[in-house]
Design a protein around this ligand. Structure first.
Ligand code: PLP
Length: 396
């Protein structure tokens, strides 16, 4: 009856029957409490069932559940935009539904920006190993062959960034500091600063996809802060609400200004749920939690414990990470399809921890409500799992 995402139904184990969630735990039908080591696809920042988020959602649902966002506005949309612009230094907020739509909006916005200015900049550059989502535009800029090759004929051409930026480039996309789905690859601040400087020099737009890295994942509220970089366009989703399908694409006033004038300059893009008040209200409450509680300190502390806990694996595997995201890459063949992936997931689940390796890369990206003891346990389970599959590997 169901068709699950990223799931080979002919081979995968039965899906976990989850009936509840609380803090860092998912609760199964038979009452098992499973530690959500990956924040349910990197979404849950404060943990599941947070009372403040649940209350904000319920409150908003009673007042205004939804209204179209063309020709109408509402207080939560305004307040959230005020908060996001204050936090990022950007000027305009365009709402949508998920990370992929945030990226689609960024691409179309950048493309039309140049067109409205009468300049012929029509190409995008993106990085090797990039992942920006599963819609057609987002797939075009992504750089993971397994996900995109089937659709190659459908995608628009995108060059991989090699340091040069031609004068026909509309924008350069980057997942700042940390490429997620491409294998939890960490960049240096120098790389990010250099990329931003080259975009400036080439007069093109820097598009930061912080769908994953935003909201403290890399130890700063936004990952661009590590290098003091201010993008022209910023994509946010996942941890923006942490609870609902909700996203935002932020842009500079200069970009927005290019859309003013006659009707042909309009940005003809929108979704039924653009600016959904429930999403706005939850995102506002989430930002209040960041403001009032030492959430970023907690994220960094969790990361430090994960790093220390994974140290015993150094030497046999590559351990890397940033902020609250830590990964172990096993020397296994097969990349994303490496057999060790499902085996590590299974071994973790036997220990009541949900992990979903990217092939031979096992990683943790837990919610920030994790206690020190839980962070230590998570790292311990990762070490055990890696040792278990490595032993089996060696044993043949
Ligand atoms: N951009 C990045 C950096 C991501 O990591 C993801 C999802 O993992 C996306 C975009 C797409 O987000 P969504 O799955 O919400 O469409």
């Amino acid at each position: 009856m169901l068709w699950h995402p990223y799931t080979q139904a002919a081979r995968s184990p039965k899906p976990l029957p989850i009936v509840g969630a609380e803090g860092a735990y998912l609760i199964t039908e038979d009452g098992r409490r499973i530690l959500d080591g990956i924040s349910s696809w990197w979404v849950s920042v404060h943990g599941h069932g947070h009372p403040r988020l649940a209350a904000a959602l319920a409150r908003q649902a009673r007042v205004l559940d939804h209204v179209l966002f063309a020709g109408a506005t509402h207080p939560p949309a305004v307040e959230l935009a005020e908060r996001l612009t204050a936090l990022t230094g950007l000027d305009r907020v365009f709402y949508s539904d998920n990370g992929s739509t945030a990226v689609e909006v960024a691409l179309k916005m950048a493309f039309q920006y140049w067109r409205n200015r009468g300049e012929r900049r029509t190409r995008f550059l993106a990085l090797d190993h990039a992942y920006h989502g599963d819609t057609v535009g987002a797939m075009s800029v992504s750089g993971i062959p397994l996900f995109r090759d089937t659709f190659r004929d459908l995608l628009f051409g995108v060059d991989r960034y090699r340091g040069e930026i031609g004068d026909d480039v509309a924008g350069v996309l980057v997942e700042p500091m940390l490429q997620g789905a491409g294998g939890m690859r960490v960049h240096t601040t120098a790389f990010l600063a250099d990329l931003a400087a080259r975009c400036r020099a080439a007069g093109t737009l820097l598009i930061a996809d912080e769908v994953l890295t935003g909201f403290g994942r890399t130890g700063r509220m936004f990952s661009c802060e590590h290098a003091g970089v201010s993008p022209d366009i910023l994509c946010l989703a996942k941890g923006l609400s942490g609870v609902l399908p909700f996203a935002a694409t932020l842009a500079t006033e200069e970009i927005h200004a290019a859309f003013l004038g006659d009707r042909a300059r309009t940005f003809f893009h929108g979704h039924s749920f653009t600016g959904n008040p429930l999403g706005c209200a939850v995102a506002i409450e989430s930002l209040r939690i960041f403001e009032e509680e030492p959430v970023l300190d907690r994220a960094r502390a969790i990361g430090a414990r994960l790093e220390a806990g994974l140290a015993p694996l150094r030497g046999t595997a590559e351990v890397r990470g940033i902020g609250a995201v830590w990964a172990v890459e096993l020397p296994a063949d097969g990349g994303y399809l490496a057999d060790v992936g499902p085996r590590m997931a299974e071994a973790a689940l036997e220990r009541a921890v949900l992990l979903r390796p990217l092939g031979n890369v096992l990683y943790a990206m837990p919610p920030y409500c994790l206690t020190d003891a839980e962070a230590d346990r998570l790292a311990r389970v990762m070490v055990e799992v890696v040792r278990e599959v490595s032993d089996r590997h060696v044993a043949g």
